[in-house]
Design a protein around this ligand. Sequence first.
Ligand SMILES: [Zn+2]
Length: 190
Amino acid sequence: MRLTDNRYSAERSQFELALRMINHEARTKTIRDCTGLSDDRIRKLYSTYFRNTGRDTVKRRRGKSPQQISLFVKTPLNQLEATTLIALFCTSLLLRIDTANKVHTCWPRPDVEYGHRVCRAFETYVLLHPAPKISFEWAWNLLQNISRNDELYLAICATCRARYIQDAYALDQRRCPSCEISKSSRSMPA
Ligand SMILES: [Zn+2]
């Protein structure tokens, strides 16, 4: 009886996660990586719960996750939002930062709990930034990318000592997005 209960609750958690991720317009591959569900079952869930329900806003995304990093560092505002996401990934125990400021993943590979934590972090980010510049799939890409410590890294602001996300190949002014935004708003003509 208990075995059946456990199996039922594991399946329910898989389906709940798949629906949560479809709602965020995650790609089928990303949903599959976390839930272990087949593409066919994900497709069926999508058509049962989202198609013809009057909710035309949810799109099913196919193909690979976006890979470029420019979105995260394009403007100080984007950089600030990406940095918020990194902070939320750390508080969700998906990432940790060591004493040398390197970022490490806390999860060997995605699973259901990992997926729920990514969703929770993303949902908090959307609450903090009502017109978010980073979609779920881009947030997923950011999470995977930052723990490789190659194209993106955490820089430290010379003024306020805050950490912020930076392009490893860009010239770093050692100014975090918050200091940059307040500096440019001060220099704007009244
Ligand atoms: Zn600063």
